[in-house]
Design a protein around this ligand. Structure first.
Ligand SMILES: [Zn+2]
Length: 461
């Protein structure tokens, strides 16, 4: 029998990452357990039964705490998965915040659907609830020094520099085949995290391709951010920044502090309206206090917690910045405006031409953030269309994913080419472009797999 790799998500899309490894000798390991997000036909896949008996999966390995990599775990647990979930200690801390918030949003959505009669299912139910999340969190086993024996394979987790705790994952199977999964690979320019650990090679490689056809321009990004804030404040408006709670909120605070210190933006009030963003920031602050190795040297508590930040924790506090009394900056989740408190701010900000909405980082197809970037004249929020008259500023350079040049540079340190490289976690054009570059510039055999496809691992005998 041969080992088999199955692509259950994260192909043709940046969401739903799930790669199932059936080992010839050893157990069935699931690499990442992500939720599909964005387009309706993608989200619908979350509701399909897991294609194998959930209790036949012996373990899960999580690369990092973003929902598109860990958000399906409680659903897998609900279907009977009881095995260990291996990850790093800081990913474990952040996963707890992310999954609890996810269950909370799902409960809200179901309640809304029931109140307004939107669902075809009566009553509408959440995909999972807090109890499933609690059971999932109980299964997490953190790896000492990133090394563990997992169902007959040897696991090593290497720093990925994408968000706190993030890893690229190396698995050496019993027969010696070495499989590497990049998860989401970070970039050298991350202001808080050290760059990804170098790649030494693999027999089989899964590489992400979120920005497989793009380049980041950091100098332009900072200038565009400063200019957008300044011109909005000058015309008496306020700035809304939808931001992922984990990492993006922290990076934005860091950048705003830099711009304020350099006198490049006016010193207006800055609100963080995201209990989850504040909780995630606490995990970053703990890491700073502990002198965590994955952080850049020289960070202090003040870096992420400057005195001018105003924290909004309750729903009542949140509503006070729907109509800020003076020009302000409001940072709120979710990052792609698919849910959360940012929705009621958008409903107030978007119709007002004095306001600006800044889209910082990747906006997946089918999300409101993407619709705004693509120039939609109106977007639907809580069942009503809202006109878009505010200024929309796209700042994709805020991404914490390696761009195409950085990815090629990271791959090129391999001592020998993988026998095959699977290009995953990218929308189709991005995945194809990165595949072509890997082929042309590195001379490697690269393939863009299809959803639900399976392939054999190891050399032909
Ligand atoms: Zn990620």
């Amino acid at each position: 029998m041969r080992s088999v790799l199955r692509f259950l998500g994260g192909v043709g899309t940046v969401t739903g990452s799930k790669f199932l490894l059936d080992q010839a000798e050893g157990g069935r390991i699931l690499l990442d357990c992500g939720l599909f997000q964005g387009q309706r036909e993608l989200r619908r896949r979350n509701w399909a039964q897991f294609p194998f008996a959930a209790d036949s999966v012996s373990s899960v390995i999580l690369s990092h705490a973003h929902l598109d990599h860990c958000g399906y775990l409680p659903a897998l647990v609900r279907q009977g998965f009881t095995g260990p979930v291996h990850t790093t200690p800081r990913t474990a801390d952040l996963v707890a915040i992310v999954l609890r918030d996810s269950a909370h949003l799902m409960a809200d959505e179901a309640a809304n659907a029931n109140a307004n009669g939107w669902s075809k299912h009566v009553p509408a139910l959440p995909l999972y609830d807090e109890k499933d999340v609690a059971r999932a969190l109980d299964l997490i086993v953190t790896t000492e020094q990133g090394v563990a024996d997992v169902d007959g394979a040897r696991l090593r987790m290497h720093r990925a520099g994408h968000i706190l705790g993030s890893s690229w994952v190396e698995l050496t199977l019993a027969g010696g085949t070495r499989l590497v999964h990049t998860g989401d690979l970070g970039r050298a320019a991350h202001p808080l995290l050290r760059p990804p650990e170098p790649f030494e090679g693999a027999d089989v490689l899964l590489v992400e391709s979120t920005y497989g056809n793009r380049r980041h321009d950091d100098a332009t990004t900072m200038r565009d951010l400063a200019d957008a804030i300044t011109r909005t404040i000058d015309r008496g408006g306020s700035v809304l920044i939808p931001a992922f709670a984990v990492d993006r909120t922290e990076v934005i605070l860091y950048r705003l502090r830099e711009l304020r210190q350099a006198g490049l933006v006016p010193p207006v009030p800055v609100y963080v309206d995201s209990p989850m963003g504040l909780a995630a920031r606490d995990v970053y602050l703990e890491a700073i206090a502990a002198g965590a190795d994955e952080l850049r040297p020289g960070l202090t508590a003040d870096t992420l917690d400057p005195s001018w930040v105003r924290e909004l924790r309750t729903a009542e506090e949140s509503e006070t910045v729907n109509h800020p009394a003076e020009p302000s900056i409001v940072i709120s989740a979710s990052g792609m405006a698919s849910g959360g408190r940012v929705l009621h701010h958008l409903a107030r900000f978007l119709p007002d031409p004095r306001m600006s909405v800044l889209i910082v980082g990747f906006a997946a197809l089918g999300t409101r953030a993407r619709a705004l970037v693509d120039g939609a004249p109106s977007v639907k929020i809580h069942g009503r269309y809202v006109p878009v008259r505010a200024e929309i500023v796209d700042l994709p350079g805020f991404s914490v994913h390696a761009d195409a040049d950085e990815m090629i540079a990271w791959l090129s340190t391999a001592v020998r080419p993988p026998s095959v490289t699977y290009v995953v976690h990218g929308e189709p054009a991005a995945a194809r472009t990165l595949r072509d570059r890997i082929d042309a510039e590195l001379g490697w055999h690269a393939v863009v797999p299809k959803q639900d496809e399976h392939v054999l691992l190891g050399e032909e005998q």
